[in-house]
Design a binder for this molecule. Sequence first.
Ligand code: HDL
Ligand code: ZN
Length: 419
Amino acid sequence: MAFVDLRDRASVSDMVGRALADARITDIHTHIYPPSFGSILLWGMDEILTFHYLVAETMRWLDMPYDDFWKLSKHEQADVVWKTLFIDHSPVSEACRGVLTMLDALGLDVSSRDIESYRAYFARKRAEEHVDDVFGLVNIDSVVMTNDPFDDLERPSWLAGRQGDPRFHAALRLDAMLNSWETAAPVLRGWGYKVDDAAAGQSASEVRRFLKEWIDRMDAFYMAVSLPPSFLFPEDSARGRLIEECVLPIAAEMNVPFAPMIGVKKQVNPGLMLAGDSVGKCSIDVIEYLCRNYPEIRFLVTILSRENQHELCVAARKFRNLMVFGCWWFLNSPSIIEEMTRMRLELLGLSVIPQHSDARVLDQVIYKWIHSRRIIGQVLTDKYCDIAETGWLVSEDDIRRDVDGLLGGNFWRFLGRSK
Ligand code: HDL
Ligand code: ZN
């Protein structure tokens, strides 16, 4: 077994970098879909530039009424974003830098600033081929989607029995049901589930039937829901009853983790549409309550507020059925990814899932993983060098084992599944 001279930081860094580059990534939370799902798979230059992060940043420079922007075609919106964020100002934000990283990794000449040549590149490609190219560029083994039975564009693909690509795994997303029961209840009744507006009576058993049917139909890896900063549990509300009487029992019965994603302050600025959501600090008490009172259920948890991260790590030290994952959304920026990754490795060792891409546009997995792998590599290198000072030896096999766990193995083990 070849041990690494940990006193030579450069060689450690090289070895960690190679291990990260070689590791097959399981991207555990995305919003991308196989081409067989049709138009809900977003890819290409105009989708890249109209990503809601970039729209929010663009509108800061413009006096244009939001509605005037939304009336433009996607092509015209992309032109506005490109001119505003890339030509009229240097593209230094993480979302802008991500566009440049994607284009560069795809072999395009970023220095040309020739958006039409970028569009022409994508126009020449088929979706199936582009998925292979993008996944190959950053060594993606598989991704977990965000799958919503209440999405009228997505549901037909599932009812038609179309999954299509074994690299795309499902996560049953429950926002529509848990956060808008008043809207979801009549839809469920229309599908033949005998539920009532108060989520009372036989609603619970019917919702459990709904969950089981969709977990089976999708072979869902976990159930997820995004929740407001004010989320409390237990709670005397439709959401509280549905989680307690339906989601948690089914998670236990079907051995499927539950993924509360907490801290989303929805639509603080509705004019920005999808870009209008914000963030708020939540109470970690609710996570501790869930983990303590449901020890047989595994909880995959990501929390949106930077201020919650330390207490989430401490909570994970208390509960082995709590797996912390990702630097979600507003946390997905280099300075915060580094801070969170250092904190997690110092408090939890390697028993974490450091990142997911959250990609809404296929091409984004490129930049989200290139940028994050670099930061994870820097932190890991420091940690190996720190222990080297005691005389501890680390082999290349050790490093590859550790890295494979962080980029996928820990997730599969937590699921109790094999790839
Ligand atoms: O709720 C979520 O899964 C979030 O990731 C939202 O989709 C959000 O709009 C987003 O794209 N964040 O990156
Ligand atoms: Zn997401």
